[in-house]
Design a protein around this ligand. Structure first.
Ligand SMILES: [Zn+2]
Length: 342
């Protein structure tokens, strides 16, 4: 089957996009229908069916404004979807996703990228669940009440710890509610605590292989094996910093597929998917302070979702079967959504 056919006959999922980070700002400038005007064309070019949209807060809002900023971000998505009902729907369950795709719309799921909006109050998790959040990334690359994040580079800091008591309770509560735990951005100590305390599959929504690019944000082979053993999945990130070494010589589609191939060879193709983390659009909003320890200029290794057909082509060139490609494009994530989301 050619790449266009595969594109049109597969469910395609991106498990991480900082969409709300952009929407909330664009709407502040008075814009409306940002999803339609700035995103829809690219989603369509890549045949994208499902986007996991994260609630990410920059440091300036922490800690006092985290809750309000998160609610404002969620509201910006509610307003956008209301304005673009024919093209998008907020989904809460596997069946919601299937129905939305069958209606020819793009499904959006909400995730935490760090649980700062909860501060230290576990009861708020249920409130965010009711607002539609279904994936829980415990930390961003910083410390919060749940645990320690991992930085992008080397910074001067003291000893790190694993998950806190709050972090462990959060896993239990999230799994009870039917939310999916995301280990991306956690430090290694926290990662292994999640593996110990979780009883459901856990995902790394936007992390790559540390064997290929040695950076703390990426996962070691042992960590990849542990995620696969738990029935989870790794969404491959297209940020040059995670795809290629300092020379950026592999920050392209081939470099991106190298990470897919590494994981498929290590544990099997059922445990890998897309978590593009496309950031070129939003880098203009990111303060220097947020990029502590990164000595490199950050950019996307692919040219947006429109490059998905070329990723398919590269996987075909490496002898991935049509069935394997379809699994990686979205079926793998769908199986986990079916199993975990309530
Ligand atoms: Zn991230």
């Amino acid at each position: 089957m050619d790449k266009k056919n595969i594109l049109n006959n597969s469910i395609i999922i991106d498990s991480h996009l900082d969409l709300l980070f952009d929407l909330v700002r664009q709407r502040k400038y008075g814009r409306k229908k940002v999803l339609i005007e700035d995103y829809l064309e690219d989603f369509k070019k890549g045949g994208v069916n499902v986007i996991v949209s994260s609630i990410y807060l920059d440091g300036e809002f922490l800690p006092e404004m985290a809750l309000r900023r998160a609610l404002k971000q969620i509201n910006s998505l509610y307003e956008e979807i209301e304005e673009s009902k024919d093209s998008f729907a907020l989904c809460l369950s596997y069946n919601d996703i299937i129905n939305t795709i069958n209606d020819g719309k793009i499904a959006i799921l909400l995730s935490f990228e760090g649980v700062e909006p909860l501060y230290n109050d576990i009861s708020l998790l249920n409130v965010f669940y009711k607002l539609g959040v279904r994936l829980v990334g415990l930390t961003w690359s910083r410390r919060n009440f749940a645990g320690d994040g991992c930085y992008f580079g080397t910074i001067k800091e003291g000893k790190k710890g694993g998950l806190t008591e709050f972090g462990v309770s959060l896993i239990e509560k999230a799994e009870e509610l039917g939310m999916l735990i995301d280990v991306t951005h956690l430090n290694d100590e926290g990662f292994w605590d999640v593996i110990e305390y979780s009883n459901q599959p856990v995902i790394a929504s936007h992390s790559n292989s540390r064997a290929l690019v040695n950076i703390m944000r990426n996962l070691t082979d042992e960590q990849i094996k542990a995620i696969a053993k738990a029935g989870g999945i790794i969404g491959i990130n297209c940020a040059n910093i995670l795809v290629s070494d300092e020379t950026d010589s592999k920050a392209n589609i081939k470099g991106y597929v190298d990470h897919i191939e590494h994981i498929a060879n290590l544990v099997g193709h059922k445990y890998v998917g897309f978590g593009f983390d496309l950031c070129d659009k939003i880098m203009k909003y990111v303060a220097e302070e947020e990029l502590k320890g990164i000595s490199r200029k950050s950019f996307d290794s692919i040219k947006g979702y429109a490059d998905i057909p070329n990723i398919i082509e590269e996987m075909q060139r490496r002898n991935f079967s049509q069935e394997q490609i379809t699994d990686i494009l979205g079926n793998n994530f769908m199986e986990i959504f079916k199993k975990v989301l309530k």
